[in-house]
Design a protein around this ligand. Structure first.
Ligand code: ZN
Length: 601
């Protein structure tokens, strides 16, 4: 088959523009249509990337050809004889991992946001030429991508190739100046390309990541006849002042993290920020199996023109979120105490989400496109995160299997890898339940009905006790309190039922419908200016919670838009919505053995 040829160049870094060409050797005799994805696999929101296409023209063997839009993301070129090229100019100034970015310091693109596909020719192999921006200042730029090279030098500009459009758009490309560190895991070479100003210890990062990746390769490699999913892997890491995010791809991941999260030279411990960077990398790496190859049937193949509905994101994101931190402790990159802190934070996040009583994770998965990815001030009251609750369902399933059967969730993942990952067969909507029930011999009907499709509270305290883990609850101290650790004295005694938005003014973000603030008439967006006629401050609110009693009435002045309003709030008792876990002291030998088998420590 004649390949589709692509060419991309950061044509004007100052104006944040890419020029992208797509050439079809034998265009449709009736007129060739080109189409752009509406979303990126892994990020479940219609993004309408075509809105960043500044100009589109076509030419055939150098002669202009008329092209017109026939839908928001479809261009139709007139009939022509000979090779047809669509030339597009794409505005690229999105700093996330999902789209495209160009300035004078770096350039990045995620394929769905820049590459059209020639309709009817999406299965053809693709050739890509990546050109450097013009100018001496870009002479030392390099290229980091997992796309197979087709003439380009390692980290060089030049020619790359993909077996299909689907592959072409699954290898994001970073261009600029970056540091490279490398390691082997699972007998596969891994590279980390670190972009952005930083003074992190790359060797330490590579050393720790190698252990995490090896633990994951061991987990999936335990299946008979298993093979590595990739023959090389790339972490693209952008170090920034304040950011966090990642997107998984078949042989790479794009990560954004705080530069202070990189391990500092000479430091030996694992800081909070470094632990979250490792957790992020572990999460995206686990996706190499779970979602990039073990896929919901609804994603086989992806329909890039519209939403792809599945009730299974809880399994693909939730199970991945369970294993991301678990792999850190199993590989001994963090200790058990650190792991329990992370788990306690995850449980606290769930306990602080009243929406867990309204929406199941199956519903949350299905409606990700219009709810999870488009959260508003009412989100905590109406929805539940399929990441957070999905991870805790995975924990509960793992512990139930360990307690009542001869298998574990690891065995379920290996079976999914063997039956779906290595075959390319999509996982049916009830696939995880069917495999877990088959391997364990347990009837898991009630489990999936109550916890996945229902809103029954997860039996976490009793299950964790069987594994020698103690469960503790306390009230949240302030907006920064994520849980996972014992609280500081004095503990809050009362609850307002509202959270504050980030920023210097005391602006309310989320209100619980049954909380004192909402009952008094306060609303999201109100800015508190005075409490009992004294100027309000974050410290003052924290002190109020520590010193006043339930039933006390306080007077609050707040601005709604530019109107000053007065509210009388009757304080409610503090709620125990924050969890911290401990290694239980008096543990029987059975619970201790179960804990060791589970955590590997
Ligand atoms: Zn994920």
């Amino acid at each position: 088959m004649t390949p589709t040829r692509y060419r991309i160049v950061a044509s004007d870094p100052n104006a944040h523009l890419f020029e992208v060409c797509c050439t079809v050797a034998d265009p449709d005799p009736g007129g060739q249509a080109f189409r752009l994805p509406a979303w990126s696999p892994g990020s479940y929101l219609i993004r309408e990337y075509a809105r960043h296409f500044v100009s589109v023209r076509a030419e055939c063997e150098g002669v202009p050809v008329a092209v017109r839009k026939v839908a928001k993301d479809v261009w139709l070129a007139d009939r022509c004889r000979g090779a047809l090229t669509l030339v597009t100019e794409v505005y690229a100034f999105d700093p996330s991992v999902r789209a495209a970015y160009v300035d004078t310091t770096r350039a990045f693109f995620n394929g769905p946001s820049v590459f059209v596909w020639p309709v009817g020719r999406e299965d053809r192999p693709c050739e890509l030429e990546i050109l450097p921006p013009a100018g001496d200042v870009y002479r030392d730029w390099r290229v980091a991508t997992a796309m197979p090279r087709d003439g380009a030098e390692p980290f060089g500009f030049g020619r790359y190739r993909a077996s299909s459009y689907d592959e072409l758009i699954d290898h994001p490309v970073e261009m600029g100046r970056f540091d490279v560190v490398a390691f082997d895991a699972g007998a596969v070479p891994h590279t980390v390309a670190i972009t952005g100003r930083h003074r992190g210890d790359g060797a330490r990062l590579a050393h720790d990541l190698a252990r995490v990746c090896q633990a994951q390769a061991d987990l999936f490699g335990g299946a008979p006849g298993s093979r590595a999913p990739v023959d090389a892997y790339l972490f693209q890491l952008l170090a920034v002042h304040d950011g966090y995010g990642g997107l998984e791809h078949r042989a790479s991941t794009s990560l954004i993290a705080n530069r202070d999260g990189l391990p500092q030279p000479g430091a030996t411990g694992v800081s909070d920020d470094y632990r979250s960077l490792l957790g992020l990398a572990s999460h995206e790496y686990f996706h190499t199996w779970n979602v990039k190859r073990i896929k919901p049937a609804a994603f086989v193949p992806y329909d890039l023109t519209r939403e792809n509905f599945t009730t299974q994101l809880w399994a693909f994101e939730g199970i991945t979120s369970y294993y991301d931190d678990l792999m850190l402790v199993r590989s001994k990159v963090i200790g058990v105490g650190d792991y329990l802190e992370l788990l306690g934070r995850q449980i606290s996040a769930l306990l602080r989400t009243p929406g867990r009583e309204r929406q199941s994770v199956a519903e949350s998965s299905f409606d990700a496109w219009i709810k999870y990815y488009r959260q508003d001030e009412n989100a905590p009251n109406a929805i539940v995160s399929y990441y957070v609750k999905g991870a805790l369902i995975a924990l509960v399933l793992d512990l139930e299997l360990r307690l009542h059967s001869a298998v574990t969730l690891d065995d379920v993942m290996r079976a999914l890898w063997k039956r779906h990952g290595q075959t390319g067969l999509g996982v049916p909507e009830d696939g995880v339940q069917v495999i877990a029930a088959e391997l364990s011999g347990l009837d898991l009907g009630a489990f999936f009905r109550d916890y996945v499709h229902g809103t029954v509270e997860l039996p976490l305290p009793s299950l964790l006790r069987e594994f020698g883990i103690g469960w503790n609850l306390r009230p949240s101290a302030n907006a920064k309190d994520k849980g996972g650790a014992p609280g500081k004295d004095p503990a809050p005694r009362v609850w307002l039922g509202a959270t504050l938005a980030a920023g210097t003014d005391l602006r309310l973000k989320h209100l619980s419908p049954e909380g004192p603030a909402a009952l008094a008439g306060l609303a999201s967006g109100d800015a508190i200016v005075a409490i009992d006629s004294l100027r309000a401050s974050a410290d003052g609110l924290e002190r109020l919670a520590q010193t006043r009693n339930a039933g006390d009435v306080v007077e609050i002045h707040a601005f709604r838009s530019d109107e000053l309003m007065r509210f009388s709030i009757e304080l409610a008792p503090a709620r125990n919505d924050t969890c911290w876990l401990t290694l239980a002291e008096a543990v029987g030998p059975e619970a201790a053995a179960r804990r060791t088998a589970w955590l590997g420590a």
